[in-house]
Design a binder for this molecule. Structure first.
Ligand code: ZN
Length: 372
């Protein structure tokens, strides 16, 4: 794995069930470990190239990502997404396909692999590649020709009517609710998940077509994606470079009242509350805001509070190698409050001690005095 994240550009294309497959592919990309989607181009309507004049038109979009995957591993991950979306690979390069995902650029790498190359030669040959890429990274410099994406695309567009921004499709912004009045009736975010939510509505006796529920599957899919985004967020990405040498700093660092929101894995209902996180540094400290982000990484998954507490403690131990770590979490569980015994006032308290917080009674009681 490269030490650092590399910026790369992926071209997505679909001409089978394209209204569903293209957004779904981008969502899968968002959920690929070690890949972060930074930006997506407009969606372009593209006349199919090749010998078959009856081939259906494509949607194409370019996606700017950062990744810690090597090119071969990124390509394998992209093929996995193609397989998930029902792509059948054949020898015919003009075969209609549910989804095609190709690496166009990978940093400033120029290299031939077994049967494929980076940058993708299509970048300098095909408008359906160059135009979406120029839309998302106009200033990207092609590593061998030295030209920018914008100038490559501009040189191709004398007759650019074959590749036009789609009027029918816009990509939904992840995790953001559109303002009222925006016409996004064509919006699809996660077709398979949305279909499941719709079935769930039917199953509980609701009418998924009544006005208030029409966009509910879409909203639930987006919310679930956000609430479980911790699965694909890496600790490295969160901590980034916010670890500092602090020679001689040996006083306990305590961050109180870090809010957390999670979902219990038994009922998929929320539990939420506050965490107090402390450590005794051994030469290294971390930016305070990062502690809240670390809590988020583990909270945004299906969880039990005990494990969440342990994972936060272990993460800090791994990152900082301190003398010790203490984490106390206090949470309200809606699965207890709303159903069953309905114990509305019961808070659950969990704690996790590592190093001197476990072995040294004085350190532990100093910490616990600060918590209570
Ligand atoms: Zn529960």
């Amino acid at each position: 794995m490269p030490d650092h994240n590399v910026k790369a550009v992926v071209l997505a294309g679909s001409n089978v069930d394209r209204d569903r497959c293209l957004p779904e592919a981008i969502r899968h990309l968002r959920r690929t470990p070690n890949v972060t989607v930074e930006q997506v181009s407009a969606c372009f309507d593209t006349v199919a190239v090749g010998e078959n004049p009856n081939a259906p038109d494509f949607y194409n979009a370019a996606v700017l990502i950062t990744t810690s995957l090597e090119p071969e591993d990124l390509r394998t991950a992209l093929h996995g997404i193609e397989d998930d979306l029902g792509r059948v690979r054949t020898d015919d390069p003009n075969e209609p396909r549910t989804i095609d995902l190709d690496i166009v650029f990978y940093g400033d790498l120029a290299k031939d692999f077994d049967g494929w190359s980076i940058p993708d030669p299509a970048m300098e040959v095909h408008k359906h590649v160059a135009i979406p890429v120029a839309d998302v990274v106009p200033d990207w410099v092609h590593p061998t020709s030295g030209r920018t994406a914008r100038s490559i695309a501009d040189d191709m567009v004398e007759s650019n009517d074959e590749v036009t921004p789609s009027k029918a499709r816009e990509f939904s912004t992840p995790y953001v609710t559109r303002s009222a009045g925006f016409d996004d009736s064509a919006e699809v975010y996660a077709p398979r998940l949305e279909e499941l939510v719709r079935s769930q509505l039917v199953e509980i006796g609701e009418d998924p077509d009544r006005e208030g529920l029409q966009r509910t599957p879409l909203r639930v899919a987006k919310a679930l994606d956000f609430l479980t985004s911790g699965y694909t967020t890496s600790l490295d990405e969160v901590v980034n470079d916010a670890i500092f040498d602090a020679e001689g700093a040996e006083e306990m660092v305590v961050v109180r009242d870090v809010e957390f929101y999670s979902m219990c894995e038994h009922h998929m209902l929320p539990f939420f509350g506050k965490a107090t996180v402390a450590y005794l540094p051994k030469g290294k400290i971390i930016g305070l805001s990062k502690i809240a982000r670390i809590v988020d990484v583990y909270a945004r998954r299906l969880q039990v509070q005990e494990r969440l507490t342990n994972q936060v403690a272990d993460a800090l131990s791994d990152i900082l190698d301190p003398y010790g770590v203490g984490v106390v979490m206090e949470g309200k569980h809606l699965c207890m409050m709303m159903r069953g015994v309905q114990k509305q006032e019961s808070n659950m308290v969990t704690s996790s001690m590592r190093g001197t917080f476990r072995s040294d009674a004085r350190t532990r009681s100093e910490f616990l005095d600060l918590v209570t």
